[in-house]
Design a protein around this ligand. Structure first.
Ligand SMILES: [Zn+2]
Length: 119
């Protein structure tokens, strides 16, 4: 179900309205029922389709080979492309950036040194 963003000049608020299909005629404001809605172009509309992203990834031979080998850097790149390079949770973004730098996150439990190592 597509979600469209509108700005109501009467309420001075941004609204998100679900429409079954795109219509050029603006609906009335659900709050004040005035025809003062102005359509906003959200990133949702300009985002590439998944097929475009797949084609883009498949055309990248190095990335495709990395995905075949479960290369974490390739997986991070793939995640980035599939998400359109935005709308990623901050903590997830940080993880991907670390993976791209080749820094694998290690569980804290493995950092404990056993006393026998110092001998
Ligand atoms: Zn309104």
């Amino acid at each position: 179900m597509p979600l469209y963003e509108y700005w109501c000049n009467n309420c001075k608020t941004r609204l998100e309205i679900f429409l079954p299909k795109f219509e050029n005629a603006c609906p009335s404001c659900p709050k004040c029922h005035q025809d003062s809605l102005k359509r906003l172009f959200s990133t949702f509309m300009v985002q590439k389709s998944y097929k475009d992203v797949y084609d883009n990834i498949l055309s990248d031979g190095q990335l495709t080979r990395g995905l075949m080998n479960n290369d974490p850097m390739a997986l991070a790149q793939w995640n980035k492309q599939m998400s359109g390079g935005e709308a990623v949770a901050p903590e997830y973004q940080e993880t991907m950036e670390r993976m791209e730098r080749g820094e694998m996150t290690t569980p804290p439990s493995t950092t404990n040194q056993s006393p026998s190592d110092s001998l």
